[in-house]
Design a protein around this ligand. Structure first.
Ligand code: ACO
Length: 695
């Protein structure tokens, strides 16, 4: 895999004699990128291109080849990869388009199969290429190189990568590598995360994702989580995956659109999710250059109240509140401002600020251990000039060093651009707008706060697998996709989910007997595998207080249900104890085509769709994941005692763990929906459970 970034020998297959063709451009870029290794050309119609010796086939190349870069029409690629395999090449980057992206899925599969057979890793196809600034190498067809630096950028879109190369160069943002992964037929984001985690030159991994492949989500999540413990992973996720297409049957599942699943998975991976390209690179820059924030408050140092307030708003909104500075520090800062300035926080040096006073105040806050991070905003005015502002910052940094994050914003005309670039080169992340600077600083805080969090103990419930298997097997044998209420309760119980006391009754007399045992009041529900939401069709009677009422209710439920859904099978009824109302929560799960089992928790009951208060996580879960799920919701606040006594959160957490484990253990379950669950001060009880099987 490392050969993709750091080859020693490289063969360009399709090294064209025509300088305008891609194969020729790639060869030229490799030669001019300062690559120190051996380069070969492969072209049956040429013996030499750009001074590089060419061979008819990779098989004819005399020396070893670490990496083959392929730029021949798509239809020839399988044969080229086969020859690479026979030659012993272990990494192949396929630049060529004309595969899955235009519907040629079979051709792409063929290439991957040939590669697998030979133990080759394929990058692409349909890529613009790769830049690695350490090797150094540029084997793309773009004749420009990024600035060297410590951000690794992985992108599914080649065009985006190319345009960003110029955009970031102008701003002074440097890269360890840029990897275009195109159709990602073999090497994907997860593989590269594992690789870049080990790369000391890469300090931040930035990824642009359109969608992960089916079933790949968990691997990506695990690699991103592992990487996040040593360096930040920032993800821009655009578009919608196939996940949204999956028919979602249960109520709770229907809340979980695919983007929400990505959002949850990225949180779980402790990755930062950027909402735009601008955020992606602004954050990457700040994280690449900044050390960990210190203990004390963040400080905004400015000469304009407005920008200070705006920056404070952004910081606050992203969870970085500002605290007033200690009195003695305020006293020292007052030396650098007129009497009408403010030394609280934001520190406002006012319109009287000079380059000298900015420098002096900056030295104070950089030096004080009670300041965790510093954000400087200055606008272009008459005095000082942007150059003088930049100089003041650089000079303060030279004096004190950068042991805490320092982020600068200078807003104004074109002259500011150059100053910002120079600041970045001096190691200070710098931006035009104060909001961008504040958002970048907040991202630094976010990363370091989450990095410190534990990954957590696994939250597993070892259920009675045999019992659950038996029930699920029976339903499957009958070709059903929905378990009856009683079957669903049984499966839930097998996984230690506390359910309401119930009994199955095939007829009225058995129902009456069961009610006597359970004790009134009871509820009746038609036992059917054909209707999920029985209330809508009159299949449920609640709060039955006596046998007389039970007999009447039984007759009515059977009659109305049969009238409304005449084709539904009826096995009898379930008699359930009427439970006192508790706080209504739900726990559900569904199988996402990308991430696998996704578990949800939230505010339950009939208002679930209206309230839309829920959180999601990808199973397997850890205890910390479950804690986060509860924390994220309003329901969680109620459970922990909002204007009332705290409720049994632990009981609910156990149900979340049970549902997750059930989904993990049984591939054939497509979704589970326990709603409502009554949560009491002591205990929690699922009053209704629905288990669906894959069609
Ligand atoms: N082995 C070695 N060389 C071969 C082979 C072979 N099997 N077959 C052909 N060649 C040689 C040809 O002789 C030719 O060399 P010559 O010009 O000296 O005669 C050279 O390889 C190129 O072959 P052509 O048939 O001329 O192909 P062309 O260069 O027109 O196109 C390419 C090949 C560039 C791979 C094209 O098919 C393609 O896929 N273009 C799109 C690439 C792309 O956009 N990738 C995604 C980027 S991501 C983004 O969004 C920007």
């Amino acid at each position: 895999m490392w050969a993709i970034l750091r080859p020693n020998s490289i063969a360009v297959v399709g090294a064209s004699r025509d300088p305008s063709k891609i194969g020729s451009r790639i060869l030229r870029n490799i030669l001019s990128s300062g690559f120190q290794g051996v380069v070969y050309g492969v072209n049956p119609n040429a013996s030499e291109v750009l001074g590089v010796r060419c061979y008819p086939s990779v098989l004819d190349v005399p020396g070893a080849v670490d990496l083959a870069v392929v730029a021949v029409p798509a239809r020839f690629v399988p044969q080229v990869v086969e020859e690479c395999g026979r030659k012993g090449v272990k990494a192949v980057a396929v630049i060529s388009s004309g595969f899955k992206e235009v519907g040629n899925t079979d051709l792409e599969k063929e290439v991957v199969e040939i590669a697998k057979k030979h133990g080759i890793r394929i990058l692409g196809p349909n890529i613009v290429g790769v830049w690695d600034t350490r090797t150094p190498i540029n084997y793309s067809f773009i004749d420009a190189n990024p600035l060297p630096g410590s951000v690794a950028f992985i992108s599914q879109s080649g065009a985006l990568m190319t345009s960003l190369l110029w955009w970031t160069r102008e701003r002074g943002i440097g890269f360890s590598c840029l990897v275009s992964i195109g159709n990602r037929a073999d090497v994907g984001e997860a593989d590269l995360l594992a690789l870049l985690r080990e790369d000391p030159r890469t300090k931040v991994v930035a990824i642009y994702i359109e969608g992960l492949g089916l079933g790949e989500g968990r691997k990506f999540l695990d690699e991103a989580l592992e990487t996040s413990t040593v360096k930040p992973v920032i993800v821009l996720k655009a578009g919608r995956s196939e996940a949204a297409v999956e028919a979602i049957r249960s109520h709770t599942g229907s809340l979980a659109g695919s983007d929400e699943v990505y959002e949850a998975a990225l949180k779980q991976a402790r990755a930062l999710r950027a909402a735009s390209l601008r955020e992606l690179f602004n954050w990457a820059l700040a994280l690449a250059l900044s050390p960990e924030p210190g203990e004390g408050t963040a400080v905004i140092l400015t000469h304009g109240g407005g920008a200070g307030v705006m920056a404070a708003d952004v910081l606050n909104g992203m969870g970085v509140p500002l605290a007033p500075l200690p009195q003695d520090l305020q006293e020292r800062l007052r030396k650098f401002m007129p009497p009408f300035g403010s030394a609280r926080n934001p520190v406002d040096l006012t319109g009287m600020m000079t380059a000298e006073s900015l420098r002096g105040a900056l030295v104070e806050v950089l030096r004080d251990p009670r300041v965790g991070a510093v954000l400087v905003w200055a606008g272009q005015g008459a005095i000082p000039t942007p150059e003088e502002l930049g100089e003041a910052v650089v000079s303060a940094v030279r004096e004190v060093g950068l042991a805490k994050p320092l982020i600068v914003s200078i807003t104004g005309g074109g002259e500011c651009r150059e100053v910002l670039k120079r600041l970045i080169q001096a190691g200070v992340p710098s931006y035009e707008s104060p909001e961008d600077a504040a958002s970048a600083l907040a991202a630094v805080y976010r990363y370091y706060r989450r990095r410190g969090e534990r990954k957590g103990e696994p939250a597993r419930v070892e259920g009675d697998r045999a019992r659950a298997k038996e029930i699920l097997g029976r339903a499957r044998a009958e070709g059903r996709v929905l378990l009856t209420p009683v079957e669903s309760f049984e499966v839930a119980r097998a996984y230690e989910i506390p359910v309401v006391e119930y009994a199955f009754a095939p007829d009225l007399e058995t129902a009456a007997k069961a009610a006597r045992v359970i004790g009134y009041p009871v509820a009746l529900a038609v036992e059917t595998p054909d209707v999920a939401h029985k209330t809508d069709v009159g299949g449920i009677a609640l709060n039955i207080k006596s046998e007389e009422e039970l007999r009447a209710a039984y007759a009515k439920v059977m009659e109305v249900f049969a009238r409304n859904v005449p084709k539904a099978r009826v096995f009898g009824v379930s008699v359930r104890k009427m439970m006192p109302r508790g706080f209504e929560a739900f726990v559900g799960a569904r199988r996402d085509p990308v991430f696998g089992p996704v578990v949800s928790f939230g505010w339950g009951g009939v208002m679930v769709e209206l309230v839309r208060d829920f959180s999601l996580r990808v199973a397997p879960l850890t205890q910390d994941d479950i804690e986060d799920m509860i924390e994220e919701t309003k329901a969680g606040k109620v459970l922990k005692g909002y204007r009332g006594p705290p409720l049994d959160v632990e009981a609910l957490k156990n149900i979340v763990a049970s549902v997750a484990s059930l989904m993990e253990d049984f591939e054939e379950i497509s979704s589970v929906d326990a709603n409502p669950i009554f949560v009491y001060e002591k205990g929690a009880v699922a009053v209704d459970v629905k288990v669906y099987l894959k069609a």
